[in-house]
Design a protein. Structure first.
Length: 575
């Protein structure tokens, strides 16, 4: 090959294949010239023809083409060799990938030829949920029992892995998990080879105990003899696979945007399954106590907890609001129904982004007739402990709580009872300041951070009682022995803070009307509430418990946003 001359100009040159490298079309770098044309040529270089020339220097010297320095040429040769080696490796990898793809395509083409058919000579399968463990004795919905060695299950692929000729699938159906084994032709079909997580499957086979030393959910596994993935049941794969869209490293805000997918994860689903059990346990506990359930309206024209947190909306030709609490309506049921409760949604338009606030939350509320303050506290303690007992009687729920909150223990009884004035003294003694950075004093509305810190240090449930009248709602009854304070209570739990707020209610008409006047509230629209004091009043009290906060404590969740289905709070009303 004849020796050629190539030109390199660091200023106006370009490292592109369409350049000739002659004096009119120089390259930009010596490395590129050597890489594209080889090292057995002559290379002439110069610094610049357009760059600024320092004062006093010889501009003409910069226009001269000079042979490339030996050191620069050696560096360019090494660069060219490295780039060639890199290109060869890339070509080799590309060839390997092409072979893998070709082999994969060939395997998939062969797999498409495999057709599965159910063996009708086998015993008819019995349909079961994935948490049922005995294939020999399956209880049906009608209460009858049906014998059978073979079962039919439905579920979604939670995990999958291959081991030699076998395929292991962990199936999930919302009731439990089941390990499924596909063997032989079952593991070689096109559907098996392209199986993606979250794909829905119908599987038939025989339940067997796992071999000694092996582990599987509930100690059994399904040896499949037939399965089917119906049209539309296949889950997305590739970049759109669920494992690429939601993972432990995904930002919390994104996880909330994708809440519909996050719910399929073990933590989120366990929390919601525990929630179902806890809500049911509240109903059980209330029925044991002979409380009657009512369903108060969500659309109201009165406030309970202050007008600043009302969600307003047009209601035909009138103004209405979403309810902040069902308390006032529950009170109206006492004369005709006795003790009552409801589990309904409440709405607070607080522009708060703390980990324990929601704009829409589930409110467990109750009102008790002919009781005194100590009766109310005893009832609250008994209720919450009974709810926990009922919920944890289910071994699955008990295991889920253990998984979510390994340190959970039943609350120590009796709950610690601490008056507000005693809490102020405690905070001062422990140098926990108020929001203004000053020592707490009587009359302060104890801030969330200080309250939670106190609760975490004491580390047990606390009934914080007798709050000053000025910082509590208008309807709360004053303590007869100390009219500065109300017969009120907040139940505080470690890690969360307040989960219950309650009080005795003002039961005298004149006192209630004075409270309206003190707060500057027109009692006219509350006629249905004030009438309760005119027609056979009684000493009564009640409370509201935030279900999401209760669950955050029980399941050790950092925020109440993770204890409800689709959280609503300031700035979020999707999906």
């Amino acid at each position: 090959m004849a020796e050629s001359t190539y030109y390199i100009d660091e200023d106006v040159g370009e490292d592109i294949d369409t350049r000739t490298g002659d004096e009119s079309q120089p390259f930009k770098s010596l490395g590129f010239a050597v890489l594209t044309h080889g090292e057995s040529h002559k290379f002439l270089a110069r610094k610049s023809v357009t760059g600024e020339v320092p004062e006093g220097s010889d501009a003409s010297a910069r226009l001269e083409w000079k042979p490339a320095a030996k050191a620069a040429l050696k560096k360019a040769v090494n660069y060219a060799k490295a780039q060639k080696k890199k290109a060869e490796k890339a070509q080799e990898l590309e060839a390997q990938q092409a072979k893998v793809l070709a082999d994969r395509t060939k395997v998939l083409d062969e797999a498409k030829k495999i057709t599965l058919e159910e063996d009708k000579s086998l015993p008819a399968p019995v349909r079961i949920k994935l948490d049922e463990t005995d294939a020999q004795k399956v209880t049906l919905g009608d209460g009858k029992e049906k014998k059978g060695t073979r079962v039919r299950v439905f579920g979604r692929v939670h995990r999958e892995r291959r081991q030699k000729e076998n395929m292991f699938i962990t199936l999930r159906d919302g009731y439990g998990f089941m390990q499924v084994i596909l063997q032989g032709q079952l593991a070689k079909t096109y559907d098996a080879l392209t199986l993606t997580r979250e794909t829905s499957m119908e599987i038939l086979g025989e339940l067997r105990e796992v071999p000694e030393g092996a582990h599987a959910p509930n100690g059994r596994e399904l040896h499949a003899d037939y399965y089917k993935i119906h049209p539309g049941w296949q889950a997305a794969g590739g970049d759109d696979a669920i494992t690429n869209r939601v993972s432990k490293d995904t930002e919390h805000a994104t996880l909330l945007d994708l809440r519909h997918l996050t719910l399929r994860g073990e933590t989120a689903s366990k929390v919601l399954i525990v929630r179902d059990a806890v809500e049911w346990a509240f109903h059980v506990a209330y029925k044991e106590l002979r409380f009657r359930k009512v369903s108060p309206p969500a659309l109201v024209q009165t406030m309970v907890e202050g007008g600043a947190t009302l969600f307003g909306l047009p209601y035909y030709n009138e103004e209405a609001f979403l309810t902040q609490s069902s308390q006032l309506y529950l009170e109206t049921c006492l004369p005709s129904m006795g003790d009552v409760y409801c589990i309904e949604k409440s709405f607070r338009a607080e522009k708060s982004l703390t980990r324990r606030h929601l704009a829409e939350y589930t409110h467990v509320e109750a009102e008790l007739d002919f009781v005194h303050f100590d009766d109310l506290l005893d009832h609250l303690e008994n209720l919450m402990c009974r709810v926990l007992e009922v919920a944890l009687e289910d071994p699955t729920i008990k295991q889920y709580v253990q998984d979510l909150n390994p340190e959970f223990q039943m609350p120590e009884r009796p709950f610690k009872r601490m008056k507000y004035s005693e809490a102020i003294d405690w905070l001062v003694e422990h140098n926990i300041e108020n929001e203004d950075g000053e020592p707490h004093k009587f009359g302060d509305d104890i801030a969330e951070a200080a309250e939670r810190r106190m609760t975490d240090i004491i580390n047990r449930p606390i009934f914080l009682t007798h709050f000053p009248t000025e910082i509590k709602a208008f309807y709360m009854l004053k303590d007869k022995e100390d009219p500065r304070v109300t017969e009120s209570v907040d139940c505080l739990m470690p890690g969360v803070g307040e989960i219950v707020g309650g009080s005795m209610r003002i039961d005298q008409h004149e006192e209630l009307m004075a409270a309206f006047k003190r707060e500057g509230i027109d009692p006219t629209s509350y006629y249905w509430y004030t009438d309760q004091r005119k027609y056979g009043s009684s000493p009564h009290g009640g409370y509201g418990l935030g279900l999401e906060r209760f669950l955050a404590w029980l399941c050790k969740q950092h925020t109440v946003r993770d204890t409800c289905l689709y959280p609503r709070y300031f700035g979020r009303c999707k999906p």
